[in-house]
Design a protein around this ligand. Structure first.
Ligand SMILES: [Zn+2]
Length: 444
């Protein structure tokens, strides 16, 4: 008997969404076939991978079940840097139709490659992600991620086109023009980073445009960690429904996973990406529900297969089925990355904790920056927070009261005393992509 949800989907959903509802055993069988094929491909085509397999005494025939994935060696970001630019490609250049690169903070970028089939997979997973957010043909989707070597812009663009929606390829920057396009074109959904959308909310208000009066109803936000407190703020200020989308260039770009309208974690497009959560220290696989580092394996990637890629993103696999009926497993929202962690006087601090603390206090805006300095050998952390414009016009007492509330909220969440500085709205530099939350002025 056909699963009723599957049946409903087959009649009503775009054909590309059907894999979202595969019965679990069919999905596992498909994953195993694809895992065996991708390991064989990497082993036969990618010399550094084969060398790593040899070190472990493994051949592709050693992968007989999905659990056997744990025998395979991890891939790290440093492997991409060490093999710059093309050393991990599994396809000859004549099969490769696209290259992307992500800027590294130090030295060379990392390079990723796509065959025509890889681009088709990327388009389909992004289309499924957008469909899960309730978007479809007839929607007008503005893409305000940067277009270029960064995967955000072109990734979202192809996905939205694949869905049959109308794409407005605005790219990043020119906030006033973004607002004009949203208004004049009747844009119904926006794809960008959450902090850039916050900036657009401010700019719209300055231009006298009430975002709640515009046709926009959804925002699909990614490329940086953000919190539920930030979601609540964005939804309250703009009247849209905000979705979290996840991805990384090393795996394919945006579209590895996305929230559905239940907002209970992000579904991973498991027919193409195999998720594991491991202990970040030991690398041991953790059971469902336990918090650890997300490790991803591309199951269908041709040009550049990634086997057990360490993402540094901290999350857990959520137990149970989502009420939306999709059989795809979900991960929790990613609030932190293991390499985002700041160690301040022996205490672990994540920027997302600061965001959560600030948003509990009325009058503070979610624009903040963390400034780290060192004084007499001790780390000092200062949080600069923007406050609503009317605050500085009010009596000094109101500012002092707000300062006290913020200090209290941060002390409670972080467990250490940090310096809080209130600054006027628009003092902190706005990013056109990922927000720069931390300025480290400590010298070794
Ligand atoms: Zn769901």
């Amino acid at each position: 008997m056909m699963n009723p949800t599957l049946e409903t989907c087959v009649t009503n959903c775009p054909p590309a969404s059907v894999p979202d509802y595969l019965p679990a055993d069919a999905l596992r069988a498909l994953q195993l076939r694809r895992l065996q094929a991708v390991v064989t491909r990497a082993w036969s085509q990618v010399l550094p991978f084969r060398a790593r397999m040899d070190e472990c005494g493994l051949t592709p025939e050693g992968i007989r079940s999905l659990e056997d994935i744990a025998k395979l060696p991890f891939t790290q970001k440093s492997d991409l840097r060490d093999n710059y630019p093309f050393g991990l490609f599994a396809s000859p250049m004549k099969e490769i139709v696209r290259l992307h690169a992500s800027s590294g903070t130090t030295g060379k970028p990392i390079v990723v490659a796509y065959t025509k089939q890889d681009i088709d997979v990327w388009t389909s997973v992004l289309g499924r992600a957008l469909a899960g957010c309730g978007l479809h043909r007839g929607d007008i989707i503005q893409v305000a991620y940067g277009y270029g070597l960064f995967t955000g812009g072109l990734g979202a663009h192809y996905g939205a086109e694949g869905l049959g929606a109308t794409v407005v390829p605005a790219s990043g920057g020119h906030a006033d023009r973004q607002i004009m396009l949203m208004k004049d074109f009747g844009v119904t959904a926006m794809c960008c980073t959450p902090t850039y959308f916050l900036h657009l909310i401010d700019v719209a208000a300055e231009m006298g445009v009430d975002m709640k009066e515009l046709p926009i109803r959804a925002g699909v936000f990614g490329a940086e960690p953000w919190t539920d407190a930030m979601r609540a703020h964005i939804e309250k200020m703009s009247g849209i429904e905000a979705f979290d989308i996840y991805g990384l260039s090393e795996i394919i770009g945006p579209g590895v996973g996305c929230e559905c309208r239940r907002h209970q974690g992000l579904h991973i497009f498991e027919d193409h990406f195999y998720p594991e959560v491991v202990d970040p220290e030991t690398g041991a696989t953790l059971p469902e529900g336990e918090l650890g580092e997300l490790v991803l394996t591309t199951l269908s990637k041709q040009a550049m297969p990634m086997i057990r890629y360490r993402t540094h993103d901290i999350t857990r696999l959520l137990p149970g089925r989502c009420a939306c009926g999709r059989t795809l497993r979900r991960i929790d929202r990613i609030g932190r990355r293991s390499d985002d962690m700041l160690i301040i006087r022996g205490v672990n601090v994540f920027p997302s904790q600061v965001e959560t603390a600030l948003l509990t206090v009325d009058g503070a805006l979610p624009h903040f920056q963390i400034i780290l300095t060192r004084s007499q050998g001790l780390d000092q952390m200062e949080v600069q927070v923007e406050v609503t414009p009317n605050m500085f016009n009010d009596k000094i007492g109101a500012l002092q009261e707000l300062h006290g509330k913020l200090q209290h909220a941060l002390d409670r969440v972080l467990g250490i005393r940090v310096k809080v500085t209130l600054v006027e709205a628009h003092t902190i530099e706005r990013s056109e992509g990922k927000a720069k939350r931390v300025i480290d002025r400590r010298t070794a």
